[in-house]
Write a protein that binds this ligand. Structure first.
Ligand code: AMP
Ligand code: MG
Length: 335
């Protein structure tokens, strides 16, 4: 156990080194990967200065680290966990925690409650079951479901206080925090004068600008249950592409899959295979991908079509694909 952990650390150290490719004078490509927010974050950018590239990437990783310290459910001392502990007593939140909660509640309204950051009690049950390698307990989930509901989060805009209407509620930002962190990382890069970059936090991707040769950034989305490695390639500029699904985090028990994504209206795991969203910000793309997973293909596409600047691509359990009409504009044709 110790040995594999130390090997992992060596691997991470080895890849957290600035990788440069290019020729003198012309902007070169720089990339670095680091383990953050429970995944691997890769930052790729073009710059004519190695020093500027290095400083920009440092600033971006520091920003992600900061977001994690505020929004993590896993860190006991995160601001979010302090807010959850205060619960029904109310908690005066920082501007950024208040803002992400406020925006998340707006997305709940847009998605008919499919996206709901108050799924915390359901996620807690799911995590216990996962640790014990068994299906989540239906009775415990039904009990937890009583403490779920975004309408029971009370916001005081003047004092930035967040209060739960009932004790035992819990906010979980697992479906938006990574996207939010990606947006913040990109702002940090731009603040250091970078104009062309790609931030990828385990599949939550944001592309800024074009490459120096005028080409767009490409992002691949894979069909998670397909046997081949075939994927759909997208070309985007100043857009985020994010995918949610049950292919990475699930419990398999009694021939069934229990996804980590819940339908907050029923308290049951969603059957979603994969939902990809294209949106102007990674926070929105992240939140909506989770919502489209819960809504399922037909309703998910219908909601996506009703939203400005949003495209979606959904794969169902039979491998059938569904997409918004504007999605194909971003797809690179196969050669
Ligand atoms: P994502 O991978 O972005 O789809 O986020 C999934 C994570 O968000 C889960 O691991 C839970 O922590 C949380 N979550 C699960 N279901 C929902 C939901 N319906 N709305 C908001 N967050 C959710
Ligand atoms: Mg999400």
């Amino acid at each position: 156990m110790m040995k594999s952990k130390s090997l992992l650390i060596i691997f991470i150290l080895a890849i957290d080194v600035l990788v440069f490719s290019g020729c003198a004078g012309a902007p070169g490509k720089f990339a670095r990967t680091r383990e953050q927010m429970g995944t691997f974050v890769t930052i790729t950018l073009y710059s004519s200065s190695g020093r500027r590239a290095d400083a920009a990437i440092d600033a971006a990783f520091a920003e992600i680290e900061h977001v994690e310290s505020v929004m993590s459910s896993y860190r006991k001392d995160s601001e979010l966990n302090k807010l959850n502990a205060a619960g029904a007593d109310g908690f005066a939140a920082s501007d950024e925690l208040f803002e992400i909660i406020e925006k998340s509640l707006e997305i709940s309204e847009l998605t008919e409650g499919a996206f709901d950051i108050t799924v915390g009690p359901l996620v807690a049950e799911w995590l216990i079951a996962k640790n014990e390698n068994r299906a989540p307990d239906a009775v415990a989930l039904a009990e937890a479901e009583k403490r779920v509901g975004y309408k029971k989060v009370m916001l005081d805009h003047k004092t930035k206080t967040v209060r739960f209407a009932e004790p035992g509620m819990r906010i979980d930002l697992g479906a938006v925090a990574k996207g939010y962190a990606v947006d913040r990382a990109m702002e940090a890069l731009m603040g250091k004068g970078i104009e062309s970059a790609l931030v990828d936090a385990g599949g939550d991707v944001l592309a800024k600008g074009k490459k120096p040769d005028g080409r767009l950034w490409t992002i691949g989305i894979q069909d998670p249950r397909a046997k081949s490695l075939e994927s759909t390639i997208l070309n985007v500029e100043n857009m985020s592409v994010t995918t949610s699904g049950d292919y990475q985090r699930y419990i398999e028990s009694g021939g069934r899959r229990y996804s980590h994504i819940f339908d907050p209206r029923t308290g049951k795991s969603s059957d979603c295979v994969s939902a990809t969203t294209i949106a102007p910000t990674a926070m929105r793309a992240d939140a909506l991908s989770t919502a489209f997973c819960v809504l399922g293909p037909e309703k998910g596409i219908e909601v996506a079509e009703s939203l400005n600047g949003i495209e979606a691509f959904i794969i169902d359990v039979d491998g059938k694909t569904y997409s918004t009409t504007g999605f194909s504009i971003f797809v690179v044709p196969e050669e």
